[in-house]
Design a binder for this molecule. Structure first.
Ligand code: NIG
Ligand code: FE
Length: 426
């Protein structure tokens, strides 16, 4: 048994404890304890609460102390939507978008996702791994301790397997947890677009070849579809997600991002774990989500980066009682950021979520969407000691300071994985 660690001196300790996934008014309940402490042993939380109570625990006396020195202590962020593995930035398209063409126009010309597909297919696993490892270090530097990662820039058997195997290898080669999602249904790849029956043939490839292989090798826990004009329609999305379910992969979906396709209500009907984007949802979609256990994952980084003015109706979703989560959607096309604090800033100013709501939506609710809410997402006895410490004395300052990194220390399974240097840089 390793030496226990006792975290003391937090000005505010946010436990997010007690109630699992949060809806409605409960979203604002962050379980704030003043002068709180956390006792860690063997990577797990063994006591958490007011300092006086925690220091009375039998393991506290011999523990090494980590003084938070008046900072704010909270669960590590759970980023439940990323496209971790990609070969290069798309800064060229960024400039083209600023000077006129839209995201969809660029995609129609063979850019966009297909641009990233060409680059990923040409890249070696080692090159992709180096880029992902550097991104993972940055995720940790911004207080994130678990991410979901989607394939979807391979779109053929070898390149999708290359991506999904990297998710598993990276899991063992660096400290953050990675939950793997198969997104073979991102778009129809170019070689299938040339044939009239190409879409049908590509979907058969996904269902008859890729899914069985991925299930046999246990390379993914979830199956995702980009349900959007120019990608997969509602019937195709249903077919793919149902096939995924037959292979034991729970559905997730990209829906109602640029147009209303009906993907959200499909997700609810299929019992999807999460339904993501949601800029174009209507009242009926909100009602369906509110009555369901499907998490509404909002990705305001995309709207910000694409310069779109219509953000998802977060207030309506929260007020109706949906389980709302926030994620970066880290990807080279629509949201090139690993910063959950920046996403919290956007959630507050653009989605009109309060800082407390945004923090619940970045911790316990995304943990629930990944099926990991028993292990992560809150600071409770028996859970992983996945903790972030922010160099602020009021949690509201985490989103308040935007575009700067106030994360001071990140702890994964009880080990420090990021510590801000004295120079204040990453
Ligand atoms: O979540 N919408 C589909 N997938 C990504 C964008 C992918 C890309 O443009 O490379 C998203 O926004
Ligand atoms: Fe995405």
């Amino acid at each position: 048994m390793s030496i226990p660690t006792l975290i003391t001196g937090a000005s505010q300790l946010l436990t997010l404890g007690g109630r699992g996934a949060r809806r409605g008014a409960a979203l604002a309940n962050v379980g704030l304890i003043k002068n709180g402490a956390v006792l860690i042993s063997d990577g797990l939380i063994v006591a958490v609460g007011p300092y006086a109570q925690v220091q009375a625990h039998a393991l506290a006396r011999a523990a090494q102390r980590l003084d938070a020195a008046g900072r704010v202590v909270l669960p590590g962020f759970v980023d439940s939507h990323t496209h971790l593995i990609h070969a290069a930035s798309r800064a060229g398209e960024y400039e083209v978008r600023i000077t006129g063409a839209s995201y969809e126009e660029i995609a129609k010309r063979g850019g966009g996702i297909l641009n990233s597909v060409n680059k990923l297919r040409a890249a070696t696993s080692d090159t992709l791994k180096r880029r992902a490892l550097s991104a993972l270090k940055q995720f940790a530097a911004y207080g994130t301790t678990t991410i979901e990662a989607k394939s979807g820039y391979g779109l053929d058997l070898a390149s999708e397997l290359k991506t999904l195997k990297l998710h598993k290898e990276l899991l063992t080669e660096q400290p953050l947890d990675i939950v793997s999602t198969f997104l073979g249904a991102h778009v129809i790849p170019a070689e299938f677009r040339r044939r009239p029956s190409g879409a049908k043939e590509y979907i058969s490839l996904l269902i008859d070849k890729l899914l069985p292989e991925i299930a046999a090798q246990k390379l993914a826990e979830f199956c995702d579809v980009f349900c959007e004009r120019g990608a997969f329609n509602l019937a195709q999305s249903k077919q793919i997600l149902e096939a995924g379910k037959r292979y034991g992969l729970r559905p997730r979906i990209h829906s109602e991002q640029l147009s209303r396709t009906g993907g959200t209500q499909l997700a609810v009907k299929l019992g999807a774990a999460s339904c993501d984007h949601l800029e174009k949802i209507d009242r009926a979609d909100i009602g369906a989500l509110a009555k369901s256990k499907t998490v509404a994952t909002l990705l305001p980084g995309c709207d910000f980066h694409l310069g779109l003015k219509q953000y998802a109706p977060a207030r309506d979703l929260i007020d109706a009682g949906a389980i709302v989560a926030l994620a970066t959607d880290y990807n080279p096309g629509t949201s090139p950021t690993v910063s959950m604090p920046m996403i919290l800033s956007l959630a507050c100013t653009q989605l009109r979520m309060t800082p407390a709501e945004a923090i619940s939506a970045a911790t316990i609710n995304p943990a629930y969407s990944l099926g990991c809410e028993k292990q992560i997402g809150s600071l409770e006895v028996g859970k992983l000691a996945d903790i972030s410490i922010f160099d602020v004395d009021d949690y509201r300052e985490i989103p308040y300071y935007f575009g700067m990194n106030t994360c001071h220390t990140t702890i994964k399974r009880g080990q420090i994985v990021y510590f801000k240097s004295s120079l204040g840089t990453n």
